[in-house]
Design a protein around this ligand. Sequence first.
Ligand code: PRP
Ligand code: ZN
Length: 293
Amino acid sequence: MNRIRIAIQKSGRLSERSLDLLQSCGLRFARSKDKLYWFGQDFPVDLLLVRDDDIPRMLLDGICDLGIVGQNIAQEVVLERDNGNGLDELRRLDFGQCRLSIAIPEQSSIKTITDLNGCRVATSYPALTRSLLSVNGVDADMVKFSGSVEIAPGLGTAEAISDLVSTGTTLRANHLVELEVLFNSTAALYGLPRGLSGEKEDLLNLLLARLDGVLQAAESKYVMLHAPRDAIEEITRLLPGAENPSLMNLEGDEDRVALHAVCREALFWEHLETLKQAGASAILVLPVEKMLA
Ligand code: PRP
Ligand code: ZN
């Protein structure tokens, strides 16, 4: 069967962005609300909607060809299997940023992670937590929770937790404080190291090229401004990640030109303010939708 199957999270932090990203790559799916399988229209790429924690295992078992999941989950499964056949991180994505942190009750006597020696740590990521703690010379007992880890200290089943933190709201609501960040995670597209073969490989390469275009376009901006002729060089230098700009004459103005450039790095208000100080005016910043190098 020469169709590619991509597994994404069914509902949760990564679901919407994962689907958006694939749609930006030109994929369309025949959706069905309750079905977990969305058939790809126009393009032989189908979607599987599953629990994010199941995605790495589904990849390793050959149930899907690609998966979008947090690096923390991928890492956990690889360590847990311990068979050396990891997952291949094909592309790091620009969403799903979070951190795996050790957190303790506000009133805890634990002050540093070394105090965790011999303690119980509740987590959904026991393999990853154990390995990151042991790098720091800490040997703690892992208590595996598949959800609601934050209630463990209150229940008296653990002295600390190791869980994902994004805004920190969940910790605060449960009177827990972050002690140490163990791992920074973001969403990524995974495949298997052995890759795909035949038509599927061609399809994957096409998809990756589109994905690169989308990821690049997301940060890129098209900038238009008016610049004094003698400040063109400086203004170009101030544009983050811009290559050769296009220059156009301004009718009736000998001293100034219109300058257009694509900035491939994030452009902040501070950049615009420095551009203005350098003599730029009429600065317009437009989003870039697609890009193909
Ligand atoms: C994580 C984690 C917390 C929450 C933290 O869950 O387990 O519950 O996010 O986010 P906050 O710091 O913004 O409050 P996740 O989104 O991975 O959901 P899941 O456990 O259902 O996969
Ligand atoms: Zn999950």
